[in-house]
Design a protein around this ligand. Sequence first.
Ligand code: PGA
Length: 253
Amino acid sequence: MARVPFIAGNWKLNKAPSEAAALAKALKHKLADRGDVTVAVFPTALSIQATLQSIAGSGVGVGIQDISVSPRGAYTGTNSGVMARALGCTYVLVGHSERRLYYGEDEAKVSARIRAGLDAGLLPIVCVGETLAQRRAGQADAVVHDQLAGALVGLNHDEVVKLTLAYEPVWAIGTGETATPAQAQAVHASIRSWLTNAYPAYIPNQMRIQYGGSVKPSNAAELLACPDIDGALVGGASLNAEDFAAIVAAAIA
Ligand code: PGA
């Protein structure tokens, strides 16, 4: 089944509100003609409102980079999915390797955030991916399968089908080093076959699996041409409107 491509921009800890507003305004203009490609951006929480205001009416979704497992309460320093949804967010990023590495997000925490996101009415993008050492040890597929099993535990079929997955090999994030299309396609196919073993066929057929890790205008087309790569999660290149628009253009059939 043909899946509609989904390109997401993860702005990480960049773009203060005024800069985010300017980038969003440029994107609204440059992405006006994008066919049916789904597009979303993930500003830092402090810039979500400015981004929403500038991008309103464009159909580009806005998401939050992380949420607390609780909708409210005594959790100083965090943001909640319910509040992000109330603000106008559609998506939440979960399990990004930087969250796993710097904030100790293990499978249980990833799974709890998916639960909190879905309960708040947000659509999670769930990131998985192996380190260089794990790849060299021949464990890439096994690591990704374990992360999936841990992340998706307890979700019913209606919930699983709402997720987008992002395969982001840790060694390719922010390093300039991209997985070759063949390397990425192999893991994407293995994720889809893991889904096929675990769920009824409509789920692996419908679920979009993005590739992430140094995606840029020069490599987007060949990655997106792979049969199991349904989009991209873009970090560095999403901070520049022209580059991000070029990646979206590469996804237009
Ligand atoms: P990158 O980041 O495109 O800068 O490698 C991707 C990501 O972290 O999602």
